[in-house]
Design a protein around this ligand. Structure first.
Ligand code: EPU
Length: 422
């Protein structure tokens, strides 16, 4: 069992580079199932979710080679079952992203239903409805989705709500469909745009990604491509919030300011200095921060994946802020842990009221999901004394070398390996 041991408080200062975006790399890896040729991906972050997906791709017959920071994928030995077993899907919901590509390319996919997770119920009904609209025969039995279609046929489909992996899954199905598909009310996240760019580089004809309506003209087959994954706006945003929270000064390199705009606007609102330069995005917090309300929303709204970190920041904000979580129904599990460190937070359903500023003091805390863990690490850096964050395997799912990056910014963070019984 590994933990983070943090001694605070410290000001985060210096430069740090964003890794490739986990949530862009995951669909990019599954796009390799759409071609018989080689896909080369640069800037895939070395995080646990990527390794989990690589295991699944290996099960499906993908050969992957890593060299000089790139991953090369080629499906050398297709597994005729075209299946994603429960054991692999249960550890990572994004495994469901193999459904669209397998169905489109092989005419069959059998994927375990992911089930609920720590932050909410997270159904995949929209993925399935859209695939059925494309002509797939979709059956649910024994906890699996079994989808078949000799060839999908283009259609017009409107998502009930914008869904990121839903849009990605259906996009990957529609690129090989016969005719034109029009998808409405799509997720507009930068990760969807990155996937569309990759698919187009493979020979697909996708337009409108990043807008609500995406139009896909189906093609007969896709080829190989070489693609660089966009910078991780959530990982990078976490370090920028850390700078704001600790009165620090951090330059985030390899940052895309446009993708970070919802966060940067909010940071400017709370009173920190945000500067976009040729080198990256710099956040300086030499005055205190003001309390400002926040509501999460699909892109270009404020990302739910930065809500927990923003709550940590608001514990240091002057005044009362209300944080509304509108995407997931159970994404405030970090609040009671922050309260154990001295924060004054009142949670009522999907809203949390944070009274600040409060003096945080180090404590033993428990990570419950990926972004909640990041929030606790930031709180530990700002708090006085020792903080031990338990269950950091959640962090390792999505943050590459977090302790090293934080150390380079001056934080006193160490990874502790503790025997299971400790
Ligand atoms: N939803 C449905 N039915 C569906 C699909 C979604 O009701 O078929 C609902 C969800 O329950 C949720 C909302 O729609 O209330 C939006 O969920 P979405 O489908 O967009 O989430 P996701 O695709 O499962 C991705 C990211 C999450 C991120 C969300 C929201 C990946 C691999 N995961 O999840 O990332 O929080 O979009 O932006 O891209 C993380 O990295 O920590 C993480 C959880």
């Amino acid at each position: 069992m590994e933990k983070f041991h943090i001694v605070g408080p410290t000001r985060l200062t210096g430069r740090v580079a964003a890794s490739g975006a986990k949530n862009a790399a995951l669909p990019a890896l599954t796009a390799s199932l759409l071609t018989d040729e080689t896909l080369t991906l640069h800037c895939v972050p070395r995080v646990r979710d990527i390794r989990t997906l690589q295991k699944l791709l290996d099960h499906l017959g993908m050969e992957s080679q890593e060299e000089a920071g790139a991953i090369r994928l080629r499906r050398e030995r297709p597994n005729p079952e075209h299946d994603a077993p429960y054991d692999l899907v249960k550890t990572m919901r994004a495994s469901v992203l193999v459904l669209g590509p397998l169905l489109a390319k092989e005419g069959h996919a059998r994927v375990s239903l992911p089930g609920g997770c720590a932050i909410g119920v997270r159904p995949i009904d929209q993925h399935l409805k859209a695939l059925a609209a494309l002509g797939a025969d979709v059956q649910l039995s024994h906890g699996y989705v079994d989808a078949r279609a000799s060839r999908l046929v283009g259609t017009r489909f409107r998502f009930d709500m914008p869904t990121v992996t839903g849009t990605e899954n259906v996009l990957m199905a529609a690129v090989l469909a016969q005719g034109t598909t029009v998808l409405e009310n799509c997720a507009r996240e930068p990760e969807v745009v990155d996937l569309a760019n990759l698919l187009n580089a493979m020979g697909a004809r996708v337009s409108g990604a990043g807008e609500g309506t995406i139009v896909i003209d189906g093609v007969e087959e896709l080829g190989g491509a070489e693609h660089t994954i966009i910078p991780d706006r959530i990982e990078g945003g976490t370090y920028l919030i850390g700078a704001a929270m600790t009165g620090g000064d951090v330059l985030l390199e390899r940052a895309n300011a446009a993708d970070l705009a919802p966060l940067l606007d909010k940071l400017a609102e709370v009173g920190v200095r945000v500067e976009v330069t040729a080198e990256g995005v710099r956040v300086r917090a030499d005055q205190g921060v003001a309390a400002r309300d926040l509501e999460t929303a699909p892109h270009p709204g404020f990302p739910t994946d930065l809500q927990a970190q923003y709550m940590a920041l608001m514990t240091q904000g002057f005044g009362v802020s209300t944080i509304s979580e509108t995407i997931f129904e159970n994404r405030f599990q970090h609040a009671p842990e922050l309260m154990r460190m001295g924060a004054d937070i009142r949670v009522d359903g999907g809203k949390a009221q944070v009274h600040g500023p409060t003096r945080l003091t180090g404590a033993g805390v428990m990570a419950t999901d990926l972004r909640a863990s990041a929030c606790l690490v930031l709180a530990g850096i700002a708090a006085e004394g020792e903080t031990v964050v338990d269950r950091i395997y959640h962090l390792d799912r999505g943050y590459e070398q977090m302790e090293l990056k934080l150390q380079s910014l001056g934080a006193r963070v160490a990874r502790w390996s503790v025997p299971m019984s400790a």
